[in-house]
Design a protein around this ligand. Sequence first.
Ligand code: AQP
Length: 328
Amino acid sequence: MPRIFSGIQPSGSVHLGNYLGALRNWVSEQHEADCYYSIVDLHAITAEHNPEALRDATKELATTLFAIGLDPDISCLFVQSHVPEHAQLAWIMESTVTFGELSRMTQFKDKGRGEEKVRASLFTYPALMAADILLYRTDKVPVGDDQRQHIELARDAAARFNNAYGEVFTVPESMIPKVGARVMDLQNPLKKMSKSSSSDAGLIYLNEDPSRIAKKIKRAVTDTENKVAYEPTNPAKAGVSNLLEIYSALTSIPPEDAADRFSNYGALKSELAEIVIEHLTVIQSRIKDISGDPSELLRLLKIGAAKARATASSTLSDAKSAIGFLAP
Ligand code: AQP
């Protein structure tokens, strides 16, 4: 069975972009592969954060991940800080990738832009992400399109390390969906939907009230042409193309065909709202059920961490030996 690893930051509530770009694949892959999924809290402290909110977001995220269908009997879900091997291999990865490579990461440029105090970890986190992936000798990494560059870096790091010190790591491949790989903000369709967005008007959360979802979709920015067309490379049609892409991701109807079904934006928006709400209502009811038993949630995360550590510690030990560290 191929090995899969992916992670998500507990930096806010899960939105439709996270779900369509990555999390849906996490669930569908569980029957096809040996899956390790992580709530990457080490990544969540690369930007200003509130400790209590981080703890709450970690539990909320675990709840959501089980609610969308992760099965603890077949997938390993764990909190990254419960597996100290991640931070240890990250140092080795920082000593494998270069300053130039990290400087070219567009996410660092985007997230650091305009910030007065940028944490050093925001610059080095792609090295931590490489460690996250390589620790599990991962074959495939299901992610959204925004993570493409980071996976490339992880691939380069694995190959470089193996060349220099011997075959320790598997060179991973990204797994990016054909539709829904980059869901855009409903208010600014030139920007990706993001948890850390300054306003939540352009985001749809998985646990959002149906009436708010309908309102947000109704108010989604489009253009004045009122011609439903899928033109993803045309900035003027970015809003309507984004709505069609969400529609397509949830119905499996290609976005070009979906466009032919609607004569105006109002009709597209009201049907899309219905589809999104129908889909999320099922998840929301599972979130309610799981929230009723917080001790069970912690128990499952503990089991996940123990399983993850067993795999991670073996890879770390091979990497330490290959790089020349004296065994204790
Ligand atoms: N807009 C998006 N469309 C498709 N996929 C997306 N992902 C994120 N945004 C979109 C994918 O979701 C997974 C988890 O992402 P993350 O939380 O670890 O980090 P991120 O990519 O930085 O996501 P956000 O929502 O933008 O969070 P913040 O604001 O905290 O940085 C990843 O696979 C990602 O590709």
